[in-house]
Design a protein around this ligand. Structure first.
Ligand SMILES: C[S@@+](CC[C@H](N)C(=O)[O-])C[C@H]1O[C@@H](n2cnc3c(N)ncnc32)[C@H](O)[C@@H]1O
Length: 234
């Protein structure tokens, strides 16, 4: 779903794209295949970075593959498009660690990685930048939409697909019901691709400031662009 969204989103050939939580590198490779200026893949695991590099080579594209925690390997850098398929499966506290489980487990409510990721977006998006995030409805759709708004981004759901719970979630049904994360008897989830983008406000302020306009003029323009009400965080 995320690769499909990257295939169809409007992208300038000068765009810099970052895929965080990149795993195999498939999403960064999809961006690179669109001929963008630079595609970067970041994953916590060194093995994922090697895999992304190898997969990029096999697909005949260039991907800068790095390893580290979220935006740490790209500190100080900004991107026109950030994509993420973070781990989002709620894990009961005290669960025995399992090899590779950081690819899916994300704290007791499934939000341990996605919340940090959203909070750090303003430091890594360009003024016109956009983000595309995949998650399950089990992890809380309205929480993600509200959190994106909280960092000044206008959220919208660009894809949704309803289906039976995946195998890991199915194995945790009792926990999910006890935490109110799903309601029986239909054991279904919705997979979503959520987009966030600045609603004109931030982009126009940054452009005006860069163009040397006095800050008061820029702020007036931002209020006008936002339809009369400037958003917090803009
Ligand atoms: C659901 S998988 C993503 C799969 C990927 N989209 C693909 O096509 O292969 C989540 C990935 O996030 C990585 N991850 C987990 N926590 C992370 C963190 N704090 N920073 C960066 N990557 C992380 C995991 O190693 C795993 O590869």
């Amino acid at each position: 779903m995320l690769a499909d969204a990257v295939r169809t989103i409007t992208l300038d050939p000068r765009a810099r794209v970052l895929d965080v939580c990149s795993g195999s590198g498939a999403v960064a490779i999809t961006a690179a295949a669109r001929g963008v200026r630079e595609a970067t893949a970041v994953d916590l695991h060194r093995l994922s970075a090697w895999t992304a590099r190898l997969n990029a080579r096999l697909n005949g594209v260039r991907v800068r593959a790095l390893h580290g925690d979220l935006f740490e390997p790209v500190a100080g850098e900004r991107f026109d498009l950030i994509t993420a398929n973070p781990p989002y499966v709620p894990a009961p506290p005290g669960l025995e660690p399992e090899k590779g489980d950081r690819a899916w487990n994300a704290g007791s409510d499934g939000r341990a990685v996605i919340d940090r990721l959203i909070d750090e977006l303003p430091d890594h998006l360009t003024a016109d930048g956009r983000v595309l995030i995949v998650q399950s409805s089990v992890t809380g759709t309205s929480e993600t939409l509200a959190r994106l708004e909280n960092v000044g981004l206008k959220p919208s759901i660009v894809q949704r697909r309803r289906g039976p719970l995946g195998p890991i979630l199915r194995g945790r049904v009792d926990y999910l019901i006890s935490e109110g994360l799903i309601r029986g008897p239909r054991l279904e989830e919705e997979l979503l691709v959520i987009r966030g983008q600045y609603a004109g406000t931030r982009a126009s302020v940054v452009r005006a400031v860069r163009a040397g306009e006095p800050r008061g003029v820029s702020l007036l323009r931002s209020v006008r662009d936002a339809g009369g009400g400037a958003r917090a965080g803009a």
